[in-house]
Design a binder for this molecule. Sequence first.
Ligand code: ADP
Length: 273
Amino acid sequence: SYKGWFYVIITALIFFIFIRRHIEKLRRAERQAQESDRLKSAFLANVSHEIRTPMSGIMGFAELLKEPGNTGEQQLEYIKIIENSGERMLDLINDLINISKLESGQMKLFICEFDLNEKMHLLYQFFKIQAEEKKLELFCKLGLANTDDAIILSDKDKVISVLTNLIKNAIKYTDKGYVEFGYIINEGTIEFYVTDTGIGIESDKQHSIFERFVQADISLARSYEGAGLGLAISKAYAELIGGTIWVDSQYGMGSTFYFSIPYKKALAQQANS
Ligand code: ADP
């Protein structure tokens, strides 16, 4: 009868929809598993590389230090290499601790008042030496001249950490030209920027570099230090303090990283205005 057929068709339809949903779900789970597998392998490869390289530096140059005929100058050079390798390992360990704190939701916010211009100046002083070593020019531009307006409320350490990461990368991935960093005030936000004339990033990679362990060019990244965690941590910090981070880059020409946070003046300044 028609009624019988009607029930058969409806049941078949429901069954079909159910099966399709189920297959889609399985496919999604498979894709996620593959992606997490890929990330895990990248993690292991990056982390082992980031441990092995400085570790060989430490072991090798400690061995060389033991040789009796070294001049004082040579000794200093070897000690510097050992120091740098130690710092590189410490950076990796700190990054790993921070990423796991972020992922387990244990990263806390500490909002305080601080002088933004003073911190920008300190960053300039700190990175000037590194830029000079690579014969790069370094510029710092401030968006607020008035020192009172530049006393802001935010998580100081996280703001500095994001900027440090971005400037460090800009110097690392630039061999010629300049690096400029600064900020402008734009519709109630502080918009930081870090521009470089470096290797740039292909447009199809510009989104994924903010993910953990992702490096734009794996073969290229091998000749640079880093485990691919800096931008993932920076993005998480930016979001924690109510901001965003993005990049605008031309492959082979250079990149500009932007980082914007709400512009909140210090309480005393808010009361005055
Ligand atoms: P890494 O430790 O590899 O530097 P990051 O998370 O800081 O990790 O950056 C991820 C990737 O983004 C880098 O491996 C690099 O390919 C790319 N990248 C980051 N900053 C720049 C830049 N200023 N210029 C060109 N490429 C960059």
